[in-house]
Design a protein around this ligand. Sequence first.
Ligand code: GAP
Length: 443
Amino acid sequence: MDMDKIVSLCKRRGLIFQSSEIYGGINGFWDFGPLGVELKKKLKESWWRHIVQMRHDVVGLDTSIIAHPQTWVASGHLANFTDPMVDCKKCKGRFREDQIDTDRCPEKPSKSPRECGGELTAPRQFNLMFKTYVGAVQDDSAVAYLRPETCQSIFTQFKNVSITSRKKIPFGIAQIGKSFRNEITPRNFIFRSREFEQMELEFFVKASDSPTWHAYWIQNQLDWFCGIGVGKEKLRIRPHRADELAHYAKACSDIEYEFPFGWSELEGIADRSDFDLTQHTKVSGKDLSYFDDETKQKFTPAVVEVSVGVDRTLLTLLCDAYHEELAPTAEAGESESRVVMRFHPSIAPITVAFLPLAKKIGAPLALVEQEFRKSLNTDFDEVGSIGKRYRRHDEIGTPFCVTYDFQSEQDQKVTVRHRDSMQQERVALDQLKPYLQKQLGNL
Ligand code: GAP
């Protein structure tokens, strides 16, 4: 499947636009349109519900994007969060040295780096954190950074949260929020961008229990991905080799997805040992240890991290949902190709569309739609031929379309069309709610 088709559908149907498009765009930044924002919201809600609200051992947090700059000294980002950057002396293309064999030339995407015959500069280490200044005076003492990951404030707030929530180890703290990385080569639509959102859980455990919890969270996340409709056969687990582990990690496994551009990291699940709490204790001078009431012992917990990008998961959902197929037309024996986004009903931007066959008979259906709007994402669309309206809703992945026709005026029944099978059923208007509730299950 072609990535360009997904990018084009996202623009055509109001899911994702290039940021600052009217000014020629800005590389590595994206805007989410009316349907994209709904999809993203449902995705985040699903994760939050699964990770925080459905569990008694995880609590949530929402911290500021700009933190005290010492945070990044303690975490190691100031010293280590760098990528090796090289430039082509001939075409001026810029690359990450460690991705040179798999990258494309930004100047001529049909070519690979060095294909132009240009010599590369020696690699320079480039820190990916965006720098800014806090306050009116822009000197060195005012330097701050946009966070490159959401988890560090979970560590710095560990004591406050564990005391106020009265949680006992093992327990976790989760956060969803924006992160920023000045990527050398933003690539593959929203896969690698400079501003993105992360969903991170830091699960604090006794060091001896961390391998068990590491395995638990890998399986838990695989189950969650499958639960929101991602095909199992397109997911795999890739444990990191010792030589590629991040400086903080004792072990790490990526959940990878088979994107149109190949298998790539979707999520990282890492055993971070007690690195983070120890580092923040050292740099801040504040004790971040945990007191175990039962054993009367004080210790610094280890942490298992579950870290996934919202945008990258969204891209996974888009790639997984995209299908092109032949569909019958109104003419007997004729067919035409249709694009259908087979989103899981729980995350589809619109759950039910209400489509009166003609404007003049739409009023009763508008009243029904108003009622459904209270609990579901709905759309009321009375413009254009019914065939075109079905195609539009196929392309945005609406699982159910409800049509009100001239016969409905007589028999008080509507036609429910199922997105995937395109089958249609007549349902009494007063039975529509239980009918759809049954179809949607416990969403
Ligand atoms: N706290 C650990 C951490 O941030 P990471 O592997 O650098 O680990 C975790 O990032 C996840 O965040 C990735 O698996 C990916 O889903 C997402 N992510 C990282 N960089 C990204 C980028 N530039 N654009 C979009 N998503 C990104």
